[in-house]
Design a protein around this ligand. Structure first.
Ligand code: CAO
Length: 413
């Protein structure tokens, strides 16, 4: 196979600049435009790309070396088929860059011709962390310099939504996982494959706001743990989630914006007159979000029984697919596991979701006395296109009234 030397091209002001990274190894297969080295002056740093496909035969530069235009970076073995077609073209391109030597700052056109990208070390690190290759990003600044904003825009542009179908562009990682140790590769579970695009769609299309709040549920907990069946005398076992579900329905009645969906095709809002509450169920197969139908017509015990029945059906994979659709709003309760606040992701076409953390004891002073109270952390995420911040806060206050200190128990048992 013929060998080809790849040299440092004309990179404007850069002369005698330090090599801070060597991004390739001998024997590595590379493609044209793959970054070879990073050089850094006191003003900025630049990744120098390869002008050819091939296999690295020899690396002639090491970290700390000072380089200028024309210095040899690597020698590559060029595959013969590609060589015939591309060699004259690459020669022209290198010449073109060299001919601009007198131009102190290369124009954006010259930038894209040479493939060299200007970006600060901070921006390059930022791009790497997001899995983006800085050489592929169009810089918005003078000389095509890439900013952090350019990186963000580029990463956003890699996710496109076409008629509700989310397409995620694949990134080429700079290093493979096995380069760092032993790994194991498994199939993505079916439920995760199905829910992934829905989550990406929600996160990229819906402007989320999350409001965190705390509810004093001391009275509610005393009531919940004292419930018993009048006929049998047996203790009624219901989790806080049954009360929270009922409180959410009460709030939905007073805040219909939380019980709606956006019809983007007709630019209209669909208000639902039913109260079907979705709840996230953690199963060995992945997360599922079935609906409890007509919760407004159930008492607390019935809600508790339904929560148990439906989550069992999910875990046994006996749930009907239709039960995952047609919801008002979702509750994601991690209270049985632990943790306080988090950012729940809205389950479209719904416009809100309530996250529930684990309740905890807090000592507070009431009328001069130090007493222990049970506090429930909640996190309400809503679609800001439909729900304003004030309405979000009022919704939380409403939940507080249903479940908090004023708990009279208006929620029928
Ligand atoms: N604070 C304190 N304790 C709580 C609580 C809270 N907020 N919520 C539940 N608990 C307690 C329950 O009372 C129960 O205690 P006992 O065994 O003493 O009665 C225990 O925690 C376990 O409850 P549970 O989790 O089995 O039942 P649940 O009704 O609270 O929740 C379900 C049902 C299906 C929501 C739950 O099993 C589950 O799957 N949770 C995970 C949801 C999830 O993954 N959400 C994340 C989605 S985003 O990735």
């Amino acid at each position: 196979m013929p060998s080809k030397d790849i040299l440092v091209p004309n990179i404007g002001d850069f002369k005698d600049v330090e090599v801070i990274e060597v991004l390739v190894k001998a024997g590595q297969k590379i493609k044209k435009n793959d970054s070879l080295i990073t050089i850094e002056s006191d003003k900025s740093s630049v990744e120098v790309p390869s002008t050819s496909d091939g296999i690295i035969e020899k690396i002639n530069i090491k970290i700390g070396d000072k380089v200028s235009e024309g210095d040899l970076i690597v020698t590559v073995n060029v595959e013969s088929k590609m060589d015939v077609k591309e060699k004259p073209l690459q020669k022209n391109k290198i010449k073109e860059v060299v001919s601009k030597k007198s131009d102190p700052v290369p124009s954006p056109v010259a930038q894209s011709t040479s493939g060299v990208k200007l970006a600060s070390p901070k921006v390059r690190k930022f791009a790497r962390e997001l899995g983006a290759n800085v050489t592929q990003i169009q810089g918005s600044q003078r000389s095509g310099r890439v900013t952090e904003d350019d990186v963000k825009k580029f990463v956003k542009s890699q996710v496109s939504v076409n008629q509700g179908k989310v397409e995620i562009k694949k990134y080429k990682d700079e290093y493979t996982h096995e380069e760092f140790g032993e790994i194991e590769i498994k199939e993505m579970p079916r439920v995760k494959k199905l829910s992934g695009p829905q989550l990406v769609r929600s996160w990229t299309e819906i402007p989320h706001v999350t409001q965190h709040d705390e509810i004093d549920i001391t009275e509610m907990e005393q009531f919940r743990t004292s419930l018993f069946d009048h006929f049998t005398g047996e203790k009624i076992s219901v989790t806080p989630l049954a009360f929270i579900t009922r409180a959410v329905v009460n709030a939905l009645k007073d805040f219909p914006n939380f019980n709606c969906s956006i019809d983007t095709n007709q630019n209209k809002i669909v208000y639902k007159k039913y109260y079907h509450v979705g709840f996230a169920v953690d199963t060995p197969h992945g997360l599922m979000v079935p609906k409890l139908r007509d919760v407004d017509q159930m008492n607390i015990k019935e809600i508790g029984d339904e929560l148990r029945r439906v989550s069992r059906e999910c875990r046994d994979l006996k749930i009907n697919k239709k039960e995952f659709f047609g919801g008002s709003m979702t509750i994601s309760s991690l209270g049985g596991i632990g943790g306080t606040f988090f950012t729940p992701i809205i389950n479209p076409p719904e416009v809100a979701i309530l996250g529930v953390g684990k309740s905890f004891d807090r000592l507070v002073r009431i009328k001069g006395q130090i007493v222990s109270r049970k506090i429930l952390p909640i996190s309400l995420s809503y679609d800001h296109r439909i729900i304003d911040g004030a309405e979000g806060a009022r919704f939380c206050v409403h939940l507080n009234k249903s479940l908090g200190k004023d708990f009279a128990f208006k929620l029928a048992v």
